[in-house]
Ligand binder design. Structure first.
Ligand SMILES: C[S@@+](CC[C@H](N)C(=O)[O-])C[C@H]1O[C@@H](n2cnc3c(N)ncnc32)[C@H](O)[C@@H]1O
Length: 276
């Protein structure tokens, strides 16, 4: 196949397409990256050229193609207990607070990728329940969502190969919360039972998700424009329960986008609380 980079006008069309489709803003100089990723899709769908694939893509009636292109352009990088401090804050600060009124708890893992974040939350909850028997409501739901059907399906399966199971996971937790199956490890039913995964584009409506006590929205806002960040953060504020908590990635912050949240510093790190 032709190895020349995508034409300048097609690159601009594609940048607009991608931003409208999923919020991701491509820099001015990602021609080579875009070319190599789109060429893979072009080949997979047997288009004679990248230009012809692009023409079908922007017409917008091939859902499969759109899905594959978004998959090719998104980074699904994740790991168990990523950055560790959000899970320390969850266990040491947020769960003890939520335990005070014992009402049902709902947590959203927005942009959950292949499920490691949602399952890590569920493991942290199991550990809390074990060291504080009867304190927390037994009604805890963790909703994982992502724009990519491929990663949502992977999260639902809860089956990880040897390489991905070791990323961030201590052996002790692996042995406690997983069962060895085929060439990998499956998340045990007592961890899965609190979780459900579904496709959701963060640019779309969240009202069907219901209200949450805590939202984890980590390592995805970095890809979006300022207007998109503001819009997403303000809509997340609307579905947080009073006093609810937003947990962002280490390099992300609501400052400058919305006044809906105040910064809350704990010894382990920073989270954002919904203002009264
Ligand atoms: C780098 S991963 C972050 C996973 C996890 N939150 C973590 O911090 O480990 C980013 C995820 O965001 C998803 N994503 C990108 N754009 C999205 C959008 N518009 N709506 C929902 N998810 C999106 C990608 O599919 C990818 O799985």
């Amino acid at each position: 196949m032709d190895q020349s980079p995508i034409a300048v006008n097609e690159y601009d069309t594609f940048r607009r397409y991608l931003e409208d489709a999923c919020g991701i803003v491509l820099g001015e100089n990602k021609h080579y990256l875009v070319t190599s990723r789109l060429k893979r899709v072009t080949e997979e769908f047997s288009f004679p050229s990248l230009s012809e694939m692009m023409a079908t893509l922007v017409k917008g009636n091939d859902r499969n193609l759109r899905e594959k292109v978004i998959d090719a352009m998104t980074t699904n990088e994740t790991m168990w207990f990523r950055d560790i401090y959000p899970f320390e804050i969850l266990t040491k600060e947020l769960l003890p607070e939520l335990a005070k009124n014992k009402s049902p708890i709902r947590i959203w893992s927005a942009a959950s990728s292949t499920g490691q974040e949602a399952y890590s939350i569920s493991m942290a909850i199991s550990e809390f329940q074990q060291s504080n028997p009867g304190k927390l409501s037994s009604n805890v739901e963790i909703v994982g969502t992502d724009i990519s059907q491929t990663v949502v399906n992977k999260a639902k399966q809860g089956h990880y190969d040897e390489l991905s199971v070791v990323r961030g996971l201590e052996q002790q937790r692996r042995d406690k919360f997983f069962t060895h199956k085929d060439d990998g490890w499956v998340v045990n039913p007592d961890i899965r039972k609190r979780t459900r995964f579904t496709e959701l584009n963060l640019l779309n409506n969240y009202s069907l998700l219901g209200q949450f006590d805590i939202i984890f929205c980590r390592n995805v806002l970095i890809y979006f424009s300022s207007e998109m960040k503001k819009d997403i953060l303000e809509r997340m504020a609307k579905i947080l329960k009073p006093g609810g908590t937003l947990i962002l990635g280490g390099s992300e912050s609501p400052t400058g986008y919305t006044k809906a949240f105040g910064m809350k510093r704990y010894p382990d790190g920073v989270v954002y609380r919904l203002n009264e």
